[in-house]
Design a protein around this ligand. Sequence first.
Ligand code: ZN
Ligand code: ZN
Length: 136
Amino acid sequence: MDQYTVSELEDALKVVKLLLPPRYECLACYVNRMLEHGCSGLKWCTTYRDLRAPRATSLERKFPELGGYCDCEVMANVFRINDELWTRGEDGELDESYVPPCHKVRLGTIRPCELWLMRSGVQWGGGVFRPVKDAS
Ligand SMILES: [Zn+2]
Ligand SMILES: [Zn+2]
């Protein structure tokens, strides 16, 4: 059996803490942050759900229906930046290097804060997310 010193365990806990959603941070802000650690399935979405919204059991069914089969697809297809609240550079382009802090949500929800728009049905947005296949 492996033995660890207290300081090793404390260091490990600091790492774990960075990977957990702080209280009141919303699902979208959390997953958006965590994607820098990579994407493997709905790992970050389900981590958030298990810790902050355990009753949102429909997540694994609902997100794929909306095009989110893994965490990065969730950020591409289920949530969208509510760009009024994100900083724009002088050229009017969205400055994605600056991520605003989460506006916070109540515990127990997988809905995003005001920084994000959430796709609420397959028809939502009327195809806004579909890539343009032909130029006509
Ligand atoms: Zn992915
Ligand atoms: Zn948020």
